[in-house]
Design a binder for this molecule. Structure first.
Ligand code: TTP
Ligand code: MG
Length: 242
């Protein structure tokens, strides 16, 4: 056992939304425990849909997903979501304090653990500047946070939950350069030793991935590392040398 803990397999997976237009078409992929995968590709290709399926916000219409060798529909939703730490493209925080948003129902989390998680991802820096620090209210009626700051809080939450699998859908909206470098460092800290799937827009993230997948039209159009894909002079080359 142990060795396949964070392994993810997609087997002949198909998916479509309500309009029934095929979005994911026969996806086959095994992601090793501890591997970092970058998903890239033009808009509408199906990257976020793959994340939606993995988190089981939706289920495959055909084929299946295995986590740690088990068909994930045999696992409870809680079991799946406790094994996955996810940072969404447009992260959502609930009304409450920053502390509560990082702890996210983890009642046993101490203030020390919460702050350590925030420090590790570089979120501590901006949190300390609020009048009430970790007790500042966010969400409805609370202070306004940028998308980047929300992603940092989500990263801290992911660190605290210590998941087997880490998923990040990098924000496409503008994030200032300081916050961006904080996010970058935070991601590096989480990705250590964990199966990671990053929907990447920044070349710095993509370059360090073990494998890069170009997702086009719900399928894997190209797969390899940065150097291999550049040599191909195909879709990846066109995306990153323009
Ligand atoms: P996405 O999976 O959202 O594509 P993407 O994440 O690769 O695109 P981006 O780079 O812009 O983030 O969409 C794939 C297709 O599925 C697209 O035609 C839109 C459609 N779709 C829905 O119909 N409903 C949904 O909730 C989502 C997420 C996508
Ligand atoms: Mg997307």
């Amino acid at each position: 056992p142990g060795t396949i803990r964070g392994e993810i397999q997609f087997e002949h997976m198909y998916f479509w939304y309500e309009d029934e237009l095929p979005v994911i078409k026969d996806l086959n992929l095994t992601i090793q425990h501890g591997e970092t995968i970058a998903l890239v590709g033009s808009t509408g290709g199906g990257k976020t849909t793959i994340v939606n399926l993995l988190c089981r916000f939706y289920e495959p219409k055909r084929g299946r997903i295995l986590i740690g060798g088990h068909d994930y529909t045999d696992l409870s939703l809680q079991a799946i979501q406790s094994r996955i730490g996810v940072v969404l493209q447009t992260p959502h925080l609930f009304s409450g304090t920053i502390r509560e948003n990082i702890a996210y129902g983890r009642l046993k989390a101490s203030q020390q653990d919460i702050e350590a998680a925030a420090k590790l991802v570089g979120a501590d820096h901006f949190i300390q500047r609020f009048e009430h620090g970790y007790d500042e209210q966010v969400g409805e009626g609370g202070v306004l946070l940028s998308v980047g700051q929300k992603q940092l809080i989500s990263l801290a939450r992911a660190v605290l939950s210590n998941p087997e699998i880490f998923i990040m859908d990098e924000a496409t909206s503008s994030v200032d350069t300081l916050t961006e470098s904080m996010i970058q460092k935070g991601m590096e800290a989480i990705m250590q030793d964990r199966t990671s799937i990053i929907i990447a827009h920044r070349l710095s993230t993509i370059k360090t991935a073990h494998r890069i997948l170009v997702i086009e039209d719900g399928q894997i159009a190209e797969m390899g590392n940065h150097a291999e894909l550049l040599k191909l002079k195909g879709k990846y080359y066109n995306l990153y040398t323009r």
